[in-house]
Design a protein around this ligand. Structure first.
Ligand SMILES: NC(=O)c1ccc[n+]([C@@H]2O[C@H](COP(=O)([O-])OP(=O)(O)OC[C@H]3O[C@@H](n4cnc5c(N)ncnc54)[C@H](O)[C@@H]3O)[C@@H](O)[C@H]2O)c1
Length: 456
């Protein structure tokens, strides 16, 4: 992107103005020549590539190497030298960093792709927005209500300039669109109630004990980042995100993990903002170290233009909704959703769906599937949707942008606040306050280490 043929030589271009210029140049080129700029320069032409900083260089990041190879990775950052080496082997032309705060100040960055642990996400997202970078953030976008609200509000002020996407890539499965069409077109009548569930169980007793210093290849202090202090223990690094995401200081357990993907099946259909009330039930008592395994959380979402108010219930760790029929075993679906309307049910997982009209009388004459030309187009490659939005002058044209994704994870975090408060909470989404239990507002945020700010 640095080699644009007609870039004015005397103009100092900030990343933002450079991107605007590129979008403008594209439009002009296409207008004059009647050719899209990808035909003029080639989709992979150096002038059409984003300058990207990759933060968190290995593990989940490896799922993005293919997309990144079509761009220009200029900075790679990881707190683990072994993982940094893996990222640098993929992008040898990049500059290596250990501290993401320094990596974000590498000159010429257009966009950031971040695959670090969850407790750093809102920080890195907000710092990147401060520098006017496009961002792809792995899920979950945030691990507290306050983090989600901060990042959402910040992005909303820049949504006409910066493209954002949260790594809920299952959203690109055509089944997501099919479910939306079926329910919006009335296949189950008026939508009344929704459930989503995930059956994973990773019980942990508490934070791990000190085992001595971290190995030389790992900067454990930077790994902790904004989290409160904890001693090093190799157990946090035994496998992948499942080694740390149950601990409150590092994640929000299954809600942020598979919950991000599974609730997305529902979120894509219901066009919800924030809940007005939230109730959580669990046989477990609050453990200040680890998030609950078994949890049933119900959210009430207000009515909108096409549906009445609805209750959405999230089940995890063994909690399950009642099956619509004895011969359908929902337990066979590890991560699924159940939509109940006044004329039938739909059971779904990420890739398939089952329509069950109510009883023998349901003749489906009330259901008018849309014409072929109104069928929602496939999203295509999820990561490429983001890189295209960074370049094409339509930055808010991503499915899981920081508004959609922050609303969803703010709701999930409210479920954890209700679990901790042990009572049904009333929520004022505009103010971001729990209105019936002042003390429970403490659960909307969490402690951070001094010296770390979200607004850097
Ligand atoms: N979208 C998906 O399907 C999907 C799948 C797996 C993981 N994830 C998400 O990806 C993220 C990473 O998951 P993982 O399983 O790779 O975790 P992991 O802990 O195994 O790996 C994280 C990587 O980031 C590096 N890192 C840690 N702290 C860092 C920091 N402060 N600065 C720079 N680098 C840092 C680590 O050294 C490692 O290379 C998590 O947020 C997880 O929820 C998403």
């Amino acid at each position: 992107m640095n080699n644009l043929p007609s870039k004015p030589s005397n103009m100092k271009m900030t990343p933002l103005s450079r991107r605007k210029f590129i979008a403008g140049a594209a439009a002009t080129g296409a207008g004059l020549m009647f050719l899209p700029r990808t035909r003029l320069f080639g989709a992979n032409a150096p002038s059409n590539r984003l300058n990207i900083a990759l933060i968190g260089a290995a593990k989940r990041a490896s799922a993005h190497y293919g997309t990144l190879k079509d761009e220009n990775v200029i900075a790679v950052c990881d707190v683990d030298k072994n993982h940094l080496a893996k990222g640098m082997a993929q992008f040898p032309q990049a500059k290596a960093y250990e501290d993401w705060r320094k990596a974000l100040d590498h000159p010429g960055i257009d966009a950031v792709l971040c695959c670090t642990p969850d407790h750093t996400h809102a920080f890195i997202a907000n710092w990147a927005l401060n520098r006017n970078y496009h961002i792809y953030m792995e899920k979950p976008l945030a691990i507290t209500v306050q983090e989600a609200r901060t990042v959402r509000d910040h992005w909303l002020g820049k949504k006409n300039k910066l493209a954002t996407q949260v790594g809920m890539q299952r959203h690109a499965e055509p089944n997501f669109n099919r479910l939306r069409e079926l329910i919006h077109d009335g296949a189950i009548g008026q939508l009344r109630e929704v459930h989503a569930w995930g059956n994973r169980k990773f019980p942990k007793p508490g934070y791990l004990p000190a085992t001595g210093p971290a190995p030389a290849h790992l900067n454990f202090d930077l790994w902790l980042g904004p989290s409160p202090e904890h001693p090093y223990n190799p157990g946090y690094f035994a496998s992948d995100c499942l080694s740390w995401n149950m601990y409150w200081d590092f994640g929000i357990g299954q809600m942020g993990d598979m919950g991000s993907h599974t609730m997305d099946i529902v979120w894509n259909v219901i066009d919800a903002g924030l809940p007005t009330s939230i109730k959580s039930e669990s046989p477990e008592t609050f453990n200040p170290d680890v998030t609950p395994v078994f949890l049933t959380t119900s959210f009430m979402f207000p009515a909108n233009t096409w549906r009445d108010k609805i209750r959405v219930t999230w089940h995890q760790g063994g909690s399950m909704p009642k099956s619509p029929s004895d011969w359908i075993d929902l337990n066979k679906i590890s991560h699924g959703a159940l939509f109940k309307g006044d004329k039938g049910f739909i059971v779904a997982d990420f890739t398939s769906r089952l329509l069950i009209p109510f009883g023998g009388k349901a003749d489906l004459t009330y259901f008018h599937p849309r014409e072929e030309d109104k069928v929602l187009p496939d999203l295509g490659n999820f990561q490429k949707q983001w890189t295209s939005a960074c370049k094409n002058g339509k930055p808010d044209d991503t499915a899981c942008n920081f508004e959609y994704s922050a609303n969803m994870i703010e709701s999930m975090c409210l479920g954890l606040a209700a679990f901790r408060a042990k009572e049904e909470l009333q929520y004022d989404g505009a103010a971001g306050r729990i209105t019936n239990n002042e003390a429970a507002n403490q659960f909307l945020t969490k402690p951070y280490r001094s010296g770390w700010t979200m607004n850097g």
